[in-house]
Design a binder for this molecule. Structure first.
Ligand SMILES: [Zn+2]
Length: 266
């Protein structure tokens, strides 16, 4: 089975920008990790994961280099990556780089993978944003970071929000909707749906609205791919694959299985 590689059509014009979202198709993992699991943190066989990472790199044309990932913790820590040889950027949920030949990767299974580019500045970033990340506004924090640390205005930023769980499937309880409504007000209200007395969050739209609230123009925000929970053959989904109770637990879902997304400048 071939690895599927979703790209942002609007970004094809940017010379030297390698980017994309991979699902679970292809790869060598078996069982709950079948097939393209690229996370070493979920209990899969490390050797098989290494092979999967190699397959991804081969497909996208990274012959000499790494894809830097993070130890994602559903926080709002952002790190700058400067070292081409780095394999892991430590505990964080956002990475940014202006380095040539540096590839950033974010692993998700329902949470929203957000790739950010500032084409004029040749800068890229990768963000992991689930409901906790949305609550902390990590996507907006990244936009501010671009502005404050690198002089990149929000109007110069474009972002792609990848495959993630939709309001069709993402049922949550008051412990999620309460804090979201308190923090984001109307933005949260617009992205929480009520059906049959239950609440559902539209996680990707919520993160999109958060990016807009930080000043990124709507026309520069792109949504790529389907709801992860609705597409079992295509994407890992923590919610779908675990008999996970609906109430949020302390240890939030997200890193049990993985899909990947990376971006860089050659
Ligand atoms: Zn769905």
């Amino acid at each position: 089975m071939e690895i599927s590689w979703l790209k942002v059509p609007q970004w094809e014009r940017y010379d030297g920008l390698l980017h994309g979202f991979m699902g679970r198709r292809g790869g060598n993992s078996v069982g709950p990790f079948a097939g393209l699991n690229v996370s070493y943190r979920v209990g899969d066989d490390n050797q098989v994961v290494s092979q999967n990472v190699c397959d991804v790199k081969h497909l996208v044309g990274i012959h000499d280099g790494k894809i830097v990932t993070m130890k994602q913790v559903h926080g709002d820590q952002i790190v700058e990556v400067k070292d081409k040889t780095l394999k892991e950027a430590g505990e964080a949920d956002g990475m940014v780089t202006a380095g040539t030949g540096i590839h950033l990767g974010v692993l998700t299974a329902d949470c929203v993978p957000i790739l950010i580019v500032a084409p004029m500045h040749k800068m890229v970033a990768a963000v992991h944003a689930g409901w906790r990340g949305a609550l902390m506004g990590i996507a907006a924090k990244m936009v501010r970071r671009f502005n404050n640390d690198y002089g990149v205005a929000p109007e110069e930023i474009e972002a792609a929000l990848g495959p993630s769980i939709g309001a069709c499937c993402y049922e949550v309880k008051e412990d999620v909707t309460g804090p979201l409504r308190e923090k984001w007000g109307k933005i949260a209200d617009a992205n929480i749906q009520m059906r049959g007395g239950k609440s559902f969050v539209e996680l990707r739209q919520l993160n999109r609205a958060i990016l807009e609230s930080a000043g990124v123009p709507s026309k520069q925000l792109f949504e790529i791919g389907p709801c992860t929970s609705c597409a079992p053959d295509e994407f890992f989904s923590y919610r779908r694959e675990s008999s996970f109770p609906i109430a949020a637990k302390k240890k939030k879902p997200g890193d049990r299985s993985a899909s990947s997304a990376g971006s860089h400048r050659r």
